[in-house]
Design a protein around this ligand. Structure first.
Ligand code: TXA
Ligand code: MG
Length: 316
């Protein structure tokens, strides 16, 4: 366990140090276009075990493998025509595909929690891409937050949650998309496992078919979709047009409040602000949080999914 966590700048030196840490089985948090990931060598059991430990994440919840390109992805999964179509349309970008694991590919069995499938993605963020190139191997990376808490969209969020538990944080500024990747199951028929930064409508258009969607608790859903997640310290109430005295309003659209996800009602802006504003409200620490209604279209699916989990009864 490291004594202190280094903050690295995304320059030649920073990438070199980060890559050396990954090669020696250490952990480096890095920015992707969605949220910061907590990276470790996906082939190294010890490194992957440390990811679970640093986050306090249950071992049954598998990790996403990050690779620089389609060619590398094909070393680890059984590729399909649908995967090919989607990769051409959306990689690099905020789409994770769950495909059958290629036997003997060399991934640590801890990454997949012993499932016959693996979640894989090619991130678009230039810092993530450079790190993957310099390291030259597959990087297992869940979001870089303690399990159950709000996902990080800035290096400072990672430091607040994981300092002293990981070797380094590559600081690449704020993440553009702001919510995690969309997870699509392709092992038997396209299934939306988690709404995310790539809208469902875009996937349906590329696949020329509507997507089946499974709710939390359904055995078909991503195993990590615990009902309570993304939870700030304070209680959260949703679809509020009339805040109660003492409630702090997280607004959407033209409402007067301290923190607004998007005054203009823009979904892209709201997604980018979501975790940032939740972290800010959490740091302030006072009083229950009320959230304005947000339409259930486009990125609204992912935003509402995260907010419902933030508002869900806490499991501990
Ligand atoms: O945008 C993202 O996806 C970020 C960045 C860092 O890439 N990562 C991320 O990872 O959100 P994490 O661990 O917070 O969420 C990964 C989700 C979990 O719900 C997990 O259960 C699911 O992916 N998952 C991983 N492998 C799976 C598999 N083989 N089958 C179904 N779900 C899987
Ligand atoms: Mg997460």
């Amino acid at each position: 366990m490291p004594q202190s966590t280094q903050i690295l700048m995304p320059d030649a030196d920073g990438f070199e140090v980060a890559s050396r840490i990954l090669k020696s089985g250490g952990l480096v948090a890095f920015p992707t276009e969605t949220v910061y990931g907590l990276g470790g060598d996906a082939r190294n059991d010890h490194a992957v075990a440390r990811i679970f430990e640093a986050k306090g994440r249950p071992r049954f919840n598998p990790l996403i493998v990050h690779v620089p390109d389609v060619e590398t992805a094909r070393n680890y999964v059984e590729w399909t025509d649908d995967a090919d179509r989607l990769a051409s349309a959306f990689w690099p970008g905020p789409l994770t595909m769950v495909l059958p694991l290629k036997p003997g590919a060399g991934l640590s069995p801890l990454v997949t929690a012993d499932l016959p499938t693996v979640a894989i993605r090619v991130p678009a963020h230039p810092v993530a891409r450079e790190l993957l190139q310099t390291f030259g191997g597959p990087v297992a990376a869940p979001s870089a937050n303690p399990s159950g808490r709000i996902s990080p969209t800035e290096a400072a969020h990672v430091a607040a949650g994981l300092s002293g538990r990981i070797e380094a944080i590559l600081d690449g500024g704020a993440c553009d998309v702001g919510v995690e990747s969309t997870i699509l199951g392709l092992a038997d028929g396209p299934t939306l496992l988690r709404p995310g930064g790539l809208p469902q409508e875009a996937l349906e258009e590329a696949l020329h078919q509507p997507l089946t969607r499974h709710g939390a608790g359904d055995p078909h859903t991503a195993p990590g979709q615990m009902t309570s997640h993304y939870a700030p310290g304070a209680p959260v109430r949703l679809n509020v047009t009339d805040p109660r005295p003492g409630e702090r309003l997280l607004g959407f659209g033209p409402v007067e409040c301290e923190l607004n996800l998007s005054y203009a009602g823009d979904m892209t802006e709201a997604a980018a602000n979501l975790f940032h504003h939740l972290h800010a409200l959490d740091a302030e620490g006072e009083g229950p949080i009320a959230v304005s209604p947000i339409p259930e279209t486009g990125l609204g699916l992912a935003i509402n999914d995260r907010l419902r989990r933030a508002a869900a009864p806490r499991e501990t």
